[in-house]
Design a protein around this ligand. Structure first.
Ligand code: ZN
Length: 143
């Protein structure tokens, strides 16, 4: 069973984040990087917030990141999520990519098992219509 319901409204890619969702459909997590100063950013945007360049490129993220922050949702904001509470909404960061962060879910852990800074790895889940969502699970055992 998926962590969240697959009956949720699907993302609607736009001109800025279409490459992100196209890569996700192949289960590759990519982040936008400035074509001038090379700073990573997320979510995708038309202009670099550091140097205002409109040039950009995409880089693939490593399979592991760090839990930067999280919250536990107890009250479902959508009817399709009522049977999934409590669930974890997390920020995962990638230190090797300018600490770029992504909003995601941690799929395999009870909320009390989560600790800021713990290593997490990608755990892709289908979200319907040939789309995949990058979710994460805690890396357990020896590294
Ligand atoms: Zn820049």
């Amino acid at each position: 069973m998926n962590y969240l319901s697959t009956n949720m409204p699907a993302p609607v890619p736009d001109i800025d984040d279409a490459p992100f969702w196209e890569a996700a459909a192949r289960q590759r997590l990519v982040f936008q990087r400035c074509g001038s100063c090379k700073t990573h950013r997320h979510p995708p945007s038309p202009m670099c917030p550091i140097c205002q360049s409109t040039r950009s490129e995409w880089t693939e993220a490593p399979p592991r990141g760090q839990l930067f922050s999280y919250t536990v949702t107890h009250v479902a904001p959508h009817p399709e999520l009522r049977d999934r509470t409590p669930y974890v909404v997390a920020l995962v960061c990638f230190p090797t990519l300018d600490n770029v962060r992504i909003v995601t879910n941690i799929v395999d852990a009870a909320p009390e098992d989560l600790k800021i800074g713990v290593e997490v790895e990608l755990a892709w889940e289908p979200i319907g219509a040939e789309m995949w969502a990058p979710r994460f699970k805690i890396v357990r055992g020896p590294r």
